[in-house]
Design a protein around this ligand. Structure first.
Ligand SMILES: Nc1ncnc2c1ncn2[C@@H]1O[C@H](COP(=O)(O)OP(=O)(O)OP(=O)(O)O)[C@@H](O)[C@H]1O
Ligand SMILES: [Mg+2]
Length: 264
């Protein structure tokens, strides 16, 4: 990848501690890393190591105890409305249809209605939900709900997409399909993505670069570039390059004592 100028997203000695009535828990300690504009970064790390905390800070939903998070050179000091966020659960409003849930973003931002609706319909169609616009969340499968949630996050064309284990609750086949959909959307729109997952395969399949976090307080234990060409096909997972990289990342977790022999 060509050397570029200023980084787009910067975590600069980011530290976050929580005071839990007497004892202080440091979730993340002095972590620094950067993303280029349009980069797809995946983060894998053990449960409780501080991944969500980091994403919350990027979205401006929590403030660092010390250090800074900057986007395009500006410190994030308040909720950053230009970020699109997708959580593990779709978090759809049950009384609104799929289309109305996607349009929530437009309403909050008071965006032009007709334009927003056209875009929402186009996004839903692009993830295979044409014909489901009028369905309510309880009429949609988990995978469909998560697609709606992805469309909602993309509706206002955010520069940054913050994804916290977005596909963790999905079955394997649905997860495969939604990974392909996300890759396609990303290739078309080139958002800067920070994607947290527990799945090493998912990280390698989707990302340009994978950061491996240690147990809490998180530090970057290793960093891998993913050299696989795009678009990546599911069959790439059977390839040697893919398998070697997954194996290397798993090896880091074994070294850290997060994975022990015999476990996945
Ligand atoms: N609001 C809070 N108050 C107190 N402690 C918190 C708070 N939020 C997070 N923590 C603590 O910070 C640590 C990191 O939590 P975080 O949710 O960031 O982990 P995570 O890496 O996202 O874990 P998981 O993979 O299970 O989602 C944990 O020890 C957690 O208990
Ligand atoms: Mg989390």
């Amino acid at each position: 990848m060509a050397a570029t100028t200023t980084p787009f997203v910067e975590f600069d000695r980011f530290t976050k501690s929580f005071d839990t009535g007497g004892s202080v828990v440091t979730a993340v300690n002095e972590m620094s890393f950067q993303l280029e504009r349009g980069e797809f970064l995946a983060i894998v790390g053990p449960s409780g190591c501080g991944k969500s905390t980091l994403l919350m800070a990027l979205a401006g939903l929590t403030q660092p105890t010390s250090g800074q998070v900057r986007v395009d050179g500006t410190p994030i000091l308040a909720p950053y409305t230009d970020a699109g966020i997708v959580f593990q659960n779709a978090e759809l409003l049950p009384w609104r249809t799929a289309l109305q849930n996607v349009l929530l973003q437009a309403e909050v931002r008071k965006a032009p209605k007709a334009e927003s609706e056209a875009r929402a319909r186009e996004l839903l169609a692009s993830v295979g939900l044409k014909g489901f616009e009028g369905r309510y969340p309880d009429e949609l499968s988990g995978g469909m709900q998560q697609r709606v949630s992805l469309c909602r996050a993309l509706l206002h064309d955010p520069d940054i997409l913050v994804m916290d284990e977005p596909f963790g609750a999905l079955d394997a086949l649905t997860r495969d399909q939604i990974q392909i959909d996300l890759q396609r959307l990303w290739m078309e729109r080139r958002k800067t993505v920070v994607f947290v997952t527990h799945s090493i395969d998912e990280a390698v399949f989707l990302a340009d670069r994978v950061l491996v976090f240690s147990p809490r307080p998180a530090r970057i234990a290793a960093e891998f570039r993913v050299p696989l060409a795009r678009p990546r096909h599911l069959s790439a997972r059977a390839g040697r390059e893919f398998g070697d990289l997954v194996g290397e990342i798993r090896g880091v977790f074994e070294t850290l004592g997060v994975l022990s022999e015999g476990e996945r």
